[in-house]
Design a protein around this ligand. Sequence first.
Ligand code: SF4
Ligand code: SF4
Length: 423
Amino acid sequence: MKKLKKLQEYREEIEQCVKCGACRAHCPVFGAEKHEGRVARGKVALAGALLDGEIDLEKKLLEDMSQCLLCGSCYAQCPNKVPTEEIVAAVRREIAAKKGLSTFGKGLTSVLKNPSLMNTLAKTGGVLSSLLFKKLPADSGLRLRFPAPFISGDRTLPPIAAKPFREQHPEVIEGQPGRPTVAFFTGCGINYMYPAIGEALLRALKFIGVTVIIPAEQGCCGLPAVSAGSGDVVEALAARNLKALTARPVDFVVTACASCNAGLGKIYADLEGEYADLAERTKDIFVFLVEQGLPERLAVLPASAEKVRVTYHDPCHLRTRGITREPRAILKALPQVEYVEMEAAGSCCGLGGTYSVYHYETSKKIGAKKAGHISASGADTVATDCPGCIMQLQDSLNHAGEDVRVCHILDLLMDVLPEEAPA
Ligand code: SF4
Ligand code: SF4
């Protein structure tokens, strides 16, 4: 396995920044804070100064580097394709190597690298749910009853699954002969908080006759460890997932989480060799379903008398990698959906992994803008393709007092697909 790149290996990319400022208009943190240190060119300049020994790991550098969602919006708009999110992640690894991980980073990574500990914590949280959380009106989530470290008391959280998704299913679910076989990489969000999304994915794959493998030994994709600055944990999780996902022959690996898709499809590609092969075979579920002709097959479902007005939020980890058409194609093919495009559908929701833990106030400001766009679209439902975005959108809409359903596109598919696959 090739190791994740060190900061010095980004010198060429850092020098490609011509300080044109084209990234300013697209950085959600700059949009909320209007502070030069928050925008890509400021961070790239600081990374260059650190590399040249002009500055040390001083407080300003630590603060500016933590003020990044790693969303990639700047990269997508940069004329010179400076990969700021990768450079910031490399600086965070440099900081962690020299100063150690933050308290939250240490706790997070020790749970991430130990799936059985994560399972135990999730099950304990599920059992103690009514003690720890109070329900919000209209089933729009939970809030903590008591103050807890790193979680704001006014943050909306999803319920924890009574039983993790992967424990509810066998490892192999046979499809129809001659159809592809896929491994389902569930990610932590679906496994522990949103198992219904996983159920809907199985229903969709059954509808088109695909055989599904759900490897029990898979772990977190590693993206939260990228955000926390722990390269070692990212590499250990990649090794675990490579073993789990290639134990049986599969045609593709599918994900229903934008962050997991970026973890497997982008971060693993940088590890080269077998990891790059795995990255190549990883597909977002809607890319796979469109390639398998699902929109055409949905056209034969009975028309719905009642329509729901649905808009789509583009998760940054898909949008910045060019996956925007397929989720919309599935939504528009659903018989119960009247699709409306919201303004700035591609703007970040403000979650950014560990970002919203450290900078919840800014995260809320970014989320408030998104809630405004959703509300202005007139949609009854906002659908997306990422459990993390679902959690943040629900939080933002609750703060805005907007009664809009937040769901995964797969939840809408589940509403119309028959339980039994067609012969
Ligand atoms: S990061 Fe890209 S868009 Fe931003 S100032 Fe540098 S060259 Fe321009
Ligand atoms: S990755 Fe996102 S948050 Fe970070 S500098 Fe670029 S646009 Fe701003």
